[in-house]
Write a protein that binds this ligand. Sequence first.
Ligand code: G1P
Length: 284
Amino acid sequence: MTIDVVVLPVAGLGSRFLPATKVIPKEMLPIVDVPLIQLAVHEAARAGVRQVVLVTSGSKRAIEDHFDHFWELETQLANRGKHEQLAQVQAVLPEDVSIVVVRQPQPLGLGHAVLCAKDVVGNRPFAVMLPDDLIDGPGAGCLADMVALYESSGACSLAVEEVHRDHTDRYGIVSLLGERISGLVEKPLPAVAPSTLAVVGRYILPPQVFAALQHVQPGSGGEIQLTDGIAALLADIEFRPHRFRGTRYDCGTKLGHLQANLAYAFKDPVLATALLAWMHEHLL
Ligand code: G1P
């Protein structure tokens, strides 16, 4: 068994980035020149995923449009001989990957958003990625490593990283028994958090999570939490922590988004030289 489908919940309001996100979904904010959502879809494609389920809300049409053909633009670029830009536009959706859009009718939480993908995913194990969590890792990336773990061991997994104890109330926090996740709690206060190992936005999940989510009561923040659906399965299904390689940028915050932009800008030698010179002159 492999993982061929990923669910991307993208129905959130993006209120931290207002007014930029008044009409533009936060997942369309660029890291240098590539929208966050595109970085997530390409990481999924490198992991072997062939179907992407976008869970959207009414105001997110720009995301669907981004992965669609835009004939007018493509024709104009071709006519003007702008072949490099044309190739970039045509590579937005990776080859052999298709997009399915489902709506989350009400903002009832991350668990509810994932549940909205139930009919498309069906009885397959699947991945969930939160595009806000940008993971810049070696090789084919974090999700590819998690899919490889699933293929070799059959174990579901959650990407995790150590966080400062003061920040446990921002994350799902895991407890471990050896190399198996034995407990999972959403946004515990630092004083009662069972550990400082936090879930970040990559999950390999079994289809049984849908049935669990149907029975989950509103939890942290009054929302149906994915964490609570997974926690209900831990006694019966093996979940492993995946301590990913590389760096995670929390692009749901201004600081994380700026850090990601700088880190990715420095990957481009021309941009890096100019940026560094500007920083020396104006900031240092
Ligand atoms: C969500 C999850 C949380 C996880 C986090 C990772 O929280 O509910 O368990 O640790 O993503 O970014 P959110 O950031 O949507 O509040």
